[in-house]
Ligand binder design. Structure first.
Ligand SMILES: Cc1ncc(COP(=O)(O)O)c(C=O)c1O
Length: 459
């Protein structure tokens, strides 16, 4: 134990520390409560008022407000029966180590400041590179989520291709002859369109095949018709239906045309560690950039996205910052150069701690178990007379309809189970139709319990 530090200004904070860490420990052990849900800001204000005062209210009152009012007004993301959106399912070890990361308070932007912690994060990136079968020279960093990971990768793609086009005379008066464009399927995650808006580039929507895949043939046609496309986004796990685009063909036709391929594996990237579905990702070995959100299916807490570049120097050329106070401490392995950030939390460490603790085999086991659970539920739906699968599942997302139901029936069934804390299965839309969707990322989900609850759709 270190010597207790008493600040001249803050005084002895032991009580505040104990209360916060005791709360964190209790919550780490118990996980979150599936019955909690959102409340309106006016309701919350009526209960707690403006909590920030000139004199402060002391740690007992601060933690009481949080524990009794604010935390219960958040929705549990890691309960095993939370199967909507993309659930999180962090290991207890990873959650606990997130608290340790805060306590260590490492500046993770520069190697000089955070070497040991960055070294550990880089070993996690090395493991992800090995799943991708990428060369040792590949590298990247951790950002807060898939949206920022996609932005970092696509900003790097645009900067890199711009330089290349410049060198081959595709610019006139500093402007690209054709205008920059980004190609993706309509099924790509919404963040890709937001990134296009931020980068001020047009989106070319490439038609998908009947089952929702982006194919090499359609990408080739789109690229030939749109010479300004600098990158194609390939989803390795679409959010709504869990479909993996035809990576191999897309990479081939894009590279034949000098176009960058970014693979968005925010959700599905974890499947690279699952032998039963690894073949779906064939071709990813040759992609240019890749993201995966460990807070989705790699059992880490929020917020954590790993962005990896085949050639990290392109990211460095895009993002590095220069200033008198920085230049002497910079090196070519600084995480600050691999995305749009300078100060950064070493948010890859909770995953590192959990991976080192459990070993990678356990990760494979956990991902395969969530796949097996999803397949069991999909089989039940296939056999059911009143439910119908909409897309044959490829990963761990299942989309299905309840024959004959109105939007209102979907909503009220879902709401009843959510309020009881039994199951979170929020309706979604597919080609304009309201349907049900289940996403399995938590190995502790009991598929038999899910099936029993789906039986209630018969009533
Ligand atoms: C495929 C895909 N890409 C990107 C994102 C965005 O990730 P984040 O919410 O971490 O920004 C998501 C989120 O669900 C996703 O499923």
């Amino acid at each position: 134990m270190g010597i207790k530090k008493i600040s001249k200004v803050w005084g002895d904070e032991s009580r505040a520390v104990d209360l916060a860490l005791d709360w964190a420990k209790a919550h780490t052990v118990s996980g979150s409560d599936p019955k909690t849900t959102f409340r309106s800001a006016s309701e919350l204000y009526a209960e707690v008022g403006f909590t920030i005062t000139e004199e402060g209210v002391g740690p007992e009152e601060a933690i009481r407000i949080y524990d009794e009012v604010l935390q219960p007004a958040t929705r549990s993301c890691d309960d095993p029966m939370m199967l909507s959106f993309i659930p999180g399912a962090p290991t207890r070890s990873a959650v606990a180590f997130d608290t340790a990361v805060s306590a260590a308070n490492v500046f993770g932007g520069l190697w000089e400041m955070g070497a040991g912690a960055i070294f550990a994060e880089n070993q996690v990136i090395d493991w992800i590179k090995s799943l991708l079968k990428w060369p040792d020279s590949a590298g990247g960093t951790f950002v807060s989520g898939g949206t920022l990971g996609n932005l970092a990768a696509l900003a790097t793609a645009r900067h890199t291709i711009k330089e290349k086009w410049n060198s081959i005379g595709r610019f006139q008066n500093g402007r690209p002859l054709t205008g920059f464009k980004l190609a993706c399927a309509s099924t790509a995650h919404s963040s890709v369109r937001t990134v296009a808006r931020v980068l001020d580039v047009e989106v070319v929507t490439v038609p998908v095949d009947k089952r929702g895949h982006l194919t090499g043939k359609m990408v080739a046609q789109a690229l030939d018709e749109n010479p300004g496309v600098f990158a194609v986004v390939c989803s390795t796990g679409t959010t709504n239906t869990g479909i993996v685009d035809d990576v191999k063909d897309v990479v081939r036709v894009a590279h034949e045309r000098g176009v960058w391929v970014h693979c968005d594996g925010a959700y599905g990237g974890a499947g690279l560690a699952a032998p039963s579905i690894r073949h779906l990702y064939d071709g990813i070995e040759d992609a240019d950039s890749f993201i995966v959100d460990p807070h989705k299916w790699l059992f880490a807490p929020y917020d954590c996205c790993c962005v990896v570049y085949r050639e990290p120097r392109y990211a460095r050329q895009t993002f590095s910052q220069h200033a008198e106070y920085l230049d002497l401490t910079q090196s070519d392995i600084d995480p600050s150069d691999f995305a749009i950030h300078l100060s950064r939390r070493t948010r890859g460490l909770p995953l590192w701690y959990s991976l080192v603790t459990h070993g990678t085999k356990k990760y494979t086991e956990a991902i395969e178990l969530s796949l097996a659970n999803s397949r069991k539920v999909a089989d039940y739906i296939r056999r059911s007379k009143h439910l119908e699968l909409i897309v044959e599942p490829e990963l761990s997302v299942i989309v299905f309809r309840r024959l004959g139901w109105t939007d209102e029936q979907y909503r009220s069934w879902s709401h009843r189970l959510a309020i009881a804390g039994d199951l979170l299965c929020v309706p979604t839309k597919h080609n304009g139709e309201t349907i049900l969707r289940l996403a399995f990322t938590n190995p502790d989900t009991d598929p038999d319990l899910v099936i029993r609850l789906l039986d209630t759709t018969m009533n």
